[in-house]
Design a protein around this ligand. Sequence first.
Ligand code: FPP
Length: 259
Amino acid sequence: MHPLASRGFVTYGPSRKEETLLLPSHIAIIMDGNGRWARERGKPRLSGHRAGAEVAKRISIAARDMGIAYLTLYAFSTENWKRPPAEVQGIFRILEDYLHREMEALAGYGIRMRCIGDRAALPASLVRVVDESEHLTFSGPRLTVNLALNYGGRWDIVQAARSIATDAAEGRLAPSDVDEDLIAARLSTAGQPDPDLLIRTGGENRISNFLLWQLAYSEVYVTPTLWPDFTPNDLSSAVRAYEARDRRYGGLNGQGGLP
Ligand code: FPP
């Protein structure tokens, strides 16, 4: 086995002596720029979100075709509640319609859809369709899409801490049992490799409370392209840029930080 395989990497492509191309196993995307895209066209913001939902589908299929195993899409953050209520309700409606319409197709594409985030505050009709999509796509063998919905990185850490504290208070865990692996196992991405690559469209250089724990060593790729304009070719460019990086994990130059 390639030494990187045990760290969640997949090696691919023509094997060349001097270079092994590494495909990211997990890509996380901050899909920003829907509003600006709509404004540039003199359209309402929601038409940008609608276009964004279509792009999310195209990019999921492209990621599947490239052999990516996990894709996490930031669809609604815990901070997005600060938007006008009509926009918030509109985004929920778009997500609900989209999942309702596409869940069978997603299952057909071999895509497993999971929702990560706090469902408690979401409309019941959206939660129902999320549950149904998760159930229908459960055995998707090719790509897992984590749809981050009412998600915040701090929320994720808080809910993990609560579950650990509950186990400790009830005597199932000792403080000395708490380590990085245990915390990772209580996060909403438990069992998945951390993202190798974070893509942010729309040009801002921020993490915006996305997967705070999980992004510790991710490579970051920011593109000015607005999300509704992001194409499978742009995804390939981001992956190529990732492949050219030297990931050191706090180690020394040229060693990739690996033992
Ligand atoms: C950021 O653009 C986008 C959002 C807050 C909502 C994202 C929702 C979608 C793309 C729909 C996703 C659907 C599926 C099925 C995954 P913005 O409004 O912040 O844009 P701006 O920065 O130009 O104003």
